[in-house]
Design a binder for this molecule. Structure first.
Ligand SMILES: NC(=O)c1ccc[n+]([C@@H]2O[C@H](COP(=O)([O-])OP(=O)(O)OC[C@H]3O[C@@H](n4cnc5c(N)ncnc54)[C@H](OP(=O)(O)O)[C@@H]3O)[C@@H](O)[C@H]2O)c1
Length: 344
């Protein structure tokens, strides 16, 4: 058993980390922090976890040494104390955006402030197993992934890998996201009368996850458009790609099958009939699966690539545990084998 502590455990990602790790066969949850709820039971923040643990939240100052520290703090917090985290644990997984990018100037361009710990950026591996499995296996420090970025990257990666993308035109990803993506801190945009039933374009250009997608795919021309939709969980990336040579359905089947052969959490959804012909995040709620698929417009050479995930699972906590499993030499699927709920 390894000892894992969670920093920022009262948030939505923290709750999902706890739901997975309390049942993980090789993990002992050691400490979970919350400043606001220090001294209180976990179910005060996560009512669905009532009775599953004897532990209570502790403040950050009480953290002790452990084997793996998982950070689920708001953006900007992990990098401020990275030296302290590294003294507490040999291995760190940070779910925030603080260590996803390698280049501090790129970080500053997208996040608007200089990075507080630029010397640490090179020590982190971008934590997406489907692209970086071997590096994650050998890493001590792994970053999380942006949920919108993951849905986009996994949708398009087979096309990039197969050399099909016209890099001049690049990819245009229209990403729809549920409300839990913003965390549990309420704001004007998450107020129920404002959010409920809306379909709101909130970042048609300039979304920060663009930088991660560019880095992961090695492609400059990435255009991300974000729309907030009614659901609580779920991200659907609908990505328009123009092929640089004529393609057929058979080419696309080959590209996706080869890219994801043996992947434990990526499933191809591409059916001619039925209700669920293309990926739909609704059937992924609570699961670590990413469903990918495509549609081909043979007239114009446009490929519409789809990627669907649960933002709190494959987009955050589930993916972090997948990385933890790799870093610690466990079965990559340990603790993550539950399918989604249906119907929800
Ligand atoms: N939500 C998603 O879908 C998603 C997906 C991918 C990545 N992420 C990233 O994961 C991280 C956590 O996201 P989340 O959605 O779980 O956020 P959240 O629900 O807002 O939770 C934030 C956590 O951080 C703690 N915290 C807040 N302000 C703090 C401060 N000033 N100092 C110390 N602790 C503080 C909170 O604890 P207290 O009880 O003390 O307030 C809470 O436990 C973020 O960096 C986010 O970008 C989120």
């Amino acid at each position: 058993m390894i000892r894992v502590s969670i920093v920022g455990g009262s948030g939505y990602v923290g709750g999902e980390l706890l739901r997975i790790l309390l049942k993980h066969p090789h993990v002992e949850v050691r400490q979970v922090t919350s400043e606001r709820l220090a001294g209180q039971w976990f179910h005060r923040a996560h009512p669905h976890l009532r009775g599953l643990s004897d532990l209570r939240f502790v403040p950050m100052e009480k953290l002790e040494a452990c084997d793996v520290l998982v950070l689920a703090l708001p953006h900007g917090r992990a990098m401020r104390s990275i030296d302290r985290w590294a003294r507490l644990a040999d291995r760190i997984i940070d779910c925030s955006a603080d260590f996803r990018l390698r280049d501090p100037t790129v970080y500053e361009r997208w996040y608007g402030t200089p990075h507080r710990a630029p010397a640490w950026l090179d020590r982190f591996v971008y934590g997406l197993p489907e692209l970086n499995r071997e590096a994650i296996r050998n890493a001590r420090y792994v970053s999380g992934v942006g949920c919108n970025a993951v849905a986009t990257i996994l949708a398009v990666w087979p096309l990039v890998r197969a050399g099909l993308v016209d890099s001049g035109r690049g990819i245009i990803a229209e990403v729809k996201a549920g409300s839990s993506e913003a965390g549990r801190q309420a704001g004007p945009a998450s107020h129920h009368p404002e959010r409920s039933r809306s379909i709101r374009s909130y970042a048609p250009v300039g979304h920060r996850h663009t930088a991660e997608v560019q880095m992961a795919l090695g492609l400059e021309a990435v255009h991300l458009s974000m729309t907030a939709v009614e659901t609580v969980r779920g991200v659907l990336a609908t990505c328009h790609v123009f092929s640089k040579r004529p393609v057929t359905e058979r080419d696309l089947w080959r590209a996706y099958r080869e890219a994801y052969a043996g992947e434990p959490f990526v499933r191809i959804v591409h059916e001619r009939t039925g209700l669920y012909r293309h990926p739909d995040p609704k059937v992924l709620v609570g699961s670590n699966y990413a469903d990918v698929g495509w549609a081909l417009d043979e007239q114009t050479g446009r490929i519409v690539a789809f990627g669907a995930i649960d933002n709190l699972m494959k987009g955050a906590a589930g993916n972090a545990v997948q990385c933890l499993n790799l870093m610690c030499g466990f079965d990559e699927r340990a603790g993550l084998d539950a399918p989604g709920l249906y119907p929800v």
